[in-house]
Design a protein around this ligand. Sequence first.
Ligand code: PMV
Length: 317
Amino acid sequence: MVSISSSSPGKSILFGEHAVVYDQPAIAVPVHQVKSNAFIRLNHQGKTGEIWIEAPDIGINANMIDISSDHPIVMTCKSVIKYLNIYDFPAFRLKLTSSIPIAAGLGSGASVSIVIIRAISSYLDHPLSDNEVNNLAFEMEKLYHGTPSGIDNTVITYAVPIYFKRHQPFRLINVTQKLMLVIADTGIKSLTSHSVSNVRKLYNSNPERYSKIFYQIGKVTETAYQFIENGKTEQLGNLMNENQSLLQTLNVSCSELDVLIEAARKAGALGAKLSGGGLGGNMIALVTDQSVKKVNQVLLDAGAVNTIITTIDPKII
Ligand code: PMV
């Protein structure tokens, strides 16, 4: 094959982050306004089995063997080659670009893994099924942040709204009324592994208390799932606010997130909460056609470094 490309969206968690690591449900949606891309083409100059990696966003332009073997991109390339058990391929160049901010709760790591897995397997004439892509991407997630629930790789692989529980097949959510979100970035980089391990310490300090909080988040998420499927959008906002209060008791919010969340609510958002690992990264506000402009502007005025407006549309059958 001469060339191939693959692209994947980012994602946003609407309900249930952190609790999902402790077997509670969570809800996530793809965010198509941001994307990662992989482009592969034959490298006439290279030797058999050689991969040249170009990732201009992070300053990489080198032969894979000259890049640290524990770099996530290298590990992902190696894992898909190993899975396919094909080593004698003609040399190729892999170019990676992404508009998904890193360490911001929008699934950048999983999205990049998925485009690498899809592009390499297709380029080597063994395109993998979504299930295989998802499983391989989950292995990569484990390498980056220890105990991932698997929600990021799943929502990005399938690129549909999902109700997700660890160790269970995900459910596709039947969105019946348009959901509109403003996603606002605090600009603070925050590693998921860091906030997940902080929550783990809290949990270990008092398993009974924190299990109850996770359970409450799970209940909020289940109700939200029903509301989304039944088109009760207005009532979802309160659930987002409730979810945010519970996340605050896990110490994963921070003053910058709280300021944006408060500003969005005051500007007329139906509800608002952090999204993803927290301690920085992005927050989300549920808005209507009437409030979207104002909420977006108020978030920028309140210090958001970037905003994304995204809609989750009912599936047209
Ligand atoms: O920070 P993100 O976007 O990778 O989201 C992580 C979600 C958590 O529930 C905090 C962790 C997980 O693995 O589910």
